[in-house]
Design a protein around this ligand. Structure first.
Ligand code: IPM
Ligand code: MG
Length: 358
């Protein structure tokens, strides 16, 4: 019996998770998945209740689960806490604690939303790219790190490092993903400056020989950022390290019109996963029934596909989301003002997806 841990987190987290939870319950019944769920604490909510952004109990339960569904963490209330006690640390710790090295961030443009993008429609229409981001290494986790020295003369530093096995395992995920798509992989680095990425490029080239069908290319990260906004459809799968992936995936998300639409999966080698929307906790709109629950609902779909081996249920959710968009329903973030659009809140959007599932 699959067991799923639900982590609502902060800000709009509880609202979007409520809708995603209802969708999960519905497909659970419809497809007889036998899924059971349990709520646990993370982020600011966990800090308030226990003093820790990731309580031991949450990590233990997450490790013993089949998958974790997460809303979002963070908010101004906790911004002044020391780095180690901030809500974001809860997220970083659960990623590392579950060994979730492979972060899949698809950027898919729904035809109905082509005009919601800030880029010209012809530049983005039909966009379907996948960013594969290494998630538990690189400069996010490298040691040594810190701030040291006398006031006024202090030095802050971090370490960007990747071992060959770390590069190889994320590379394999990316090559395999490319094989299942259009067989094009672009590895993003800064090999003209950073040794860590010289090694990255070398390992990707070596792996490429095992995947002769995949057309492998390399791109410096500054150029990749430019190409993403200039001609994003040249990309199929992109693979990169933790920091570059963080930055490029936000850029890619915005190509699609709204970061409120994009799900993500973070996987370990057992295909255990943590699924979350790409967006943050949006404290400015929390509690006002304004959030877009679709990224979280689509994260449920990714979870069914990657961790629960339920592709039919996953497809049913995707189809339901598409039909809701086709019917003209929009949360505020994806509204364009076109005729035929009807602006709805978070709850009503979730309700519409449930209806479309029937
Ligand atoms: C993301 C977020 C996180 C990251 C933050 C909240 C720690 O920006 O998932 O992209 O930097 O990885
Ligand atoms: Mg980010």
């Amino acid at each position: 019996m699959p067991n799923i841990i639900l982590l609502s987190g902060d800000g709009i987290g509880p609202e979007i998770m409520a809708e995603a939870g209802r969708v999960l319950d519905r497909v659970n019944q419809q497809h007889a998945l036998g899924v059971s769920t349990e709520q646990c604490l993370i982020g600011g909510a966990a800090i308030d209740a226990t003093g820790e952004p990731l309580p031991e109990e949450t990590l233990t339960k997450a490790k013993n689960s089949d998958a974790v569904l997460l809303g979002a963490v963070g908010g101004p209330k906790w911004d002044s806490l020391p780095m180690d006690k901030r809500p974001e640390k809860g997220l970083l710790k659960i990623r590392a604690g579950m060994d979730l090295f492979a972060n899949l961030r698809p950027a898919l443009l729904y035809p109905e939303l082509a005009s919601a993008s800030t880029l010209k429609e012809e530049v983005v229409s039909g966009l379907d790219l996948l960013i594969v981001r290494e998630l538990i290494g690189g400069i996010y986790f490298g040691e040594p790190r810190g701030i040291e020295g006398e006031p006024g003369q202090r030095v802050g530093y971090n370490t960007d490092r990747y071992s060959e096995p770390e590069i190889e395992r994320i590379g394999r995920i990316a090559f395999d993903a490319a094989m299942a798509r259009d067989k094009k992989l672009c590895s993003v680095d800064k090999a003209n400056v950073l040794e860590v990425t010289v090694l990255w490029r070398e390992v990707m080239d070596r792996l490429g020989q095992e995947y002769p069908e995949v057309e492998l290319s390399h791109m410096y990260v500054d150029n990749a950022a430019m190409q993403l906004v200039r001609a994003p459809k040249q990309f199929d799968v992109m693979v990169t390290g933790n920091l570059f992936g963080d930055i490029l995936s936000d850029a890619a998300a915005m190509l699609t019109g709204s970061i409120g639409m994009l799900p993500s999966a973070s996987l370990n080698s057992q295909k255990q996963g943590l699924y979350e929307p790409c967006h943050g906790s949006a404290p400015d709109i929390a509690g006002q029934d304004l959030a877009n629950p679709l990224a979280t609902i689509l994260s449920v779909s990714m979870m069914l596909l990657h961790s629960l081996n339920a592709p039919k249920a996953a497809q049913a959710i995707e189809d339901a989301v598409k039909s809701v968009l086709a019917s003209g329903l929009r949360t505020k973030d994806i509204a364009t003002g076109a005729s035929g659009e009807q602006i709805v809140g978070c709850r009503a959007m979730g309700e519409a997806v449930l209806k479309a599932l029937n």
